[in-house]
Design a protein around this ligand. Structure first.
Ligand code: NAD
Length: 333
């Protein structure tokens, strides 16, 4: 069976989807690409939907454009693979959920297709906490890549590059609101409004918790693995490469492939919109929080392509191990 697919937002991360479509061979037929930039079949997605009538549409445009485009796609009767974050607040999430009734909607939090997920209960028992430590390097150029990059209310280390870590930690713990939320966040560039360095702590009423310590200003790389602790033990989950305690688990399921399996023989969706609701609740809270603290340049090492926080990897590791905010361990004081 061949399913017709169209891609809206083809020039940026859309290239990743074009490769994923290629890998699916004749299970899919790409019938149109659309981008407001020139060089694609269409610049207007509504014209494309009306003329090409694809069965499935991938939306890979900037996050704040997802809702209106997704509503048009669903209204045209198509199923939808929507990039993460699906939307940026719960009101929009509800609107989208209402519009998606009777259609298939999967959100491209691709790590939810990890084969490590169903193995966790057996490894650690009932999960009570997940703690993320990630220290990456993103140069100045990263913050200039798109019009929404570094913009308050739209971007940030937590809701964008580390979004998969957050979504995975929420899915692993099953934590959802109501929770106690606390945040400690920093930025290193005066012209970037959002955090590049942060700790986040969520605690549920039953004591279950998620802790996240991340930076994009580290000379040393820490991948963003998740330490998962449960009633029967602890395991290190490398969500990007499907590692459990360092060992790769084969069998990652692509979320477009899973969407096709769902359409064809009712396979359960791995990342349906409903599963992303806690992430969206969290993103809304993060995006509405007070602005991050601008770090004193005297604390930073200036690299050619951006400011580095000396010792950032050690700080992140310590914060994640102690589940303590940077301010609680005396960092940046
Ligand atoms: N799943 C992942 O790992 C992953 C990785 C990177 C980005 N993303 C997500 O993918 C999406 C796109 O990210 P990006 O970095 O490519 O952003 P981007 O700013 O480069 O935008 C992507 C493309 O959308 C086009 N576009 C904007 N408005 C449009 C419209 N109305 N109609 C058609 N095209 C339009 C832009 O011209 C651009 O080519 C975002 O939601 C982002 O969060 C996901």
């Amino acid at each position: 069976m061949t399913t017709t697919v169209a891609l809206i937002g083809a020039a940026g991360h859309g290239a990743w989807h074009l490769r994923a479509l290629d890998a699916l061979g004749d299970r899919v037929r790409l019938v149109a690409t659309c981008d407001v930039q020139p060089g694609y079949d269409y610049t207007d997605h509504r014209t494309m939907l009306a003329e090409r009538r694809p069965e499935v549409v991938i939306v890979c445009t900037p996050p704040h454009t997802h809702l209106p485009i997704a509503l048009d796609v669903l209204d045209a009767g198509c199923d939808l693979l929507l990039e993460k974050p699906p939307v940026l607040n719960l009101a929009d999430h509800r609107t989208l959920a209402g519009a998606a009734r009777g259609r298939v909607l999967q959100v491209n939090f691709q790590a939810l297709g990890s084969p490590t997920m169903p193995m966790l209960a057996e490894r650690v028992g009932a999960v009570h906490s997940a703690s993320v430590a990630g220290a990456w390097w993103r140069p100045d150029e990263y913050w200039r890549r798109s019009s929404w990059s570094g913009r308050r209310g739209l971007d940030g280390a937590l809701v964008n590059p580390f979004a998969h870590a957050l979504m995975q930690a929420l899915a692993i713990t099953g934590l959802r609101p109501p929770w106690t939320f606390s945040l400690d966040r920093y930025r290193t560039r005066p012209d970037v409004e959002v955090e590049d360095t942060a700790t986040l702590r969520l605690t549920g009423p039953d004591g279950r918790g998620v802790f996240v310590a991340v930076t994009l200003c580290s000379g040393e790389f820490v991948p963003g693995d998740i330490t998962v602790t449960g009633s029967a033990g602890t395991v290190e989950v490398g969500y990007a490469q499907d590692r459990l305690d360092g060992e790769v688990v084969p069998g990652r399921i692509g979320l477009l492939e899973n969407l096709l399996d769902h359409r064809e023989h009712d396979a359960p969706l791995l990342a349906p919109l409903a599963r992303t609701e806690p992430f969206v609740a969290l993103a809304e809270a993060i995006l509405a929080a007070p602005d991050p603290v601008l770090l004193d340049p005297a604390r930073l090492a200036r690299r050619e392509d951006g400011p580095e926080i000396p010792g950032a990897a050690a700080l992140v590791r310590r914060a994640a191990a102690e589940r303590a905010h940077f301010r609680e361990i005396g960092a940046f004081q």
